[in-house]
Design a protein around this ligand. Sequence first.
Ligand code: AMX
Length: 435
Amino acid sequence: MAKLKEKLREKIEAWRPRTARLVKEFGEVKVGEVNIGQVIGGARDVKCLVTDISYLDPNEGIRFRGMTIPEVMEKLPKVPGSEMPFVEGHLWFLLTGDIPTMEDTMDVVAEFKQRQQIPQYAIDVLRAMPRDTHPMTMLSAAVVAMQRESIYVQRYNAGMHRNDYWDPTFEDSMNLLAKMPCIAAYIFRMKYRGDTIIPPNPDLDMGGNFAHMMGVPKPYDDVSRLYFILHSDHESGNVSAHAGHLIASALSDVYYAVSGLINGLAGPLHGLANQEVLRWIQGVMEKMGGKIPSDEEMRKFVWDTLKSGQVIPGYGHAVLRKTDPRYMAQREFCLKHMPEDPIFKYTDMLFRIVPPVLLEQGKAKDPWPNVDAQSGVIQWHYGVTEYDFYTVLFAVGRALGVTANIIWDRGLGYPIERPKSVTTDMLEAVAGIKK
Ligand code: AMX
């Protein structure tokens, strides 16, 4: 690990003067303006966050450290005998901006193995919860329960220099990230597989080990690697990334921050959409008695959903204005590995039917599918049919990007976040409304 941490130290120290200069010499330069629609409308498009780990172009989709998803998938070192790269290598890439060598990657793989043991009291917390508790609640509770492990807090209390904050934040992040797949798989086996827990296999990488602990055979290891990488980061303004950043900006440690991001991800407009998609598609299947509907029947079902005042889950995005490349990466996987899957056939049909309907309705700014339109379908195919669990997979992936961001936040000394609010009276006065 010395390697990744040393590399990171170099990068952070080289970067600091850039941030410091921008604030000191150009702090008054305007980046944009804010209108009333944005103030009331969830700060949409307001440029007030900075991250160099990923950037979401509305028309192109996400780039991690400047690279598209296909580029990342091609360049990262692959797990021998698999189609997919090491998730651990992706973490190196997110943190440093450099594609790691196989040796660099294996360093992180080895570190994760050393740090993956879940403390017994966190297991006790999980076991004390009613079994019908949502798995996101369980994951969030287990993560925050482990806050007592924080090395950052110990060092902070001992009076560390602020330039060093990133170092124990890195240690906490590594400790937590290594445990997340183990906690997730523990929850899965405890809740949905009759409490038959499968211990980790020390010979496997993060994705392979997760599939092993889930008890799902190949190619679920590659599915897991694909999922964790695709869901890792989506720039800083989405609810989960922003929640993690915001919490950590108060110098709360990563256990608090990651538990918070999980809570934000658990909303149906965000990460929970992947479970909603499956529920919704199965509603169509049930209505159609399992047969593939005609285009007209499917269009009617989509309209019925809209007319009943519900959104079409898995479609639309706050920033994107084209089909999500994360959707396309998963679709490619489906076309290769499961083209005859009945749910995939429905999903693919919806890909044709939904966008024109949303365009005709004229409300959604983005009528195209997002990452969640496809992800549950793959899980179902490989036997993970408990769709309550799908957002947990998203959370394990998202924790990679959010902790990478928090480490850099501490490295660059970003301050506590504090946007300004106004009253409705003030907005009416700005608008020139006379009372
Ligand atoms: N179905 C129906 N209506 C939709 C829609 C959809 N999929 N997407 C947007 N709209 C509606 C909005 O509800 C809004 O209606 P309103 O004016 O009556 O309130 C209008 O279109 C304008 O919304 P927008 O500016 O296009 O979207 P947004 O930024 O407010 O919201 C999102 C973005 C993702 C919450 C929204 O598209 C949505 O609810 N999608 C379905 C849920 C979903 O798939 N969420 C997952 C997103 C990805 C992720 O974070 N995991």
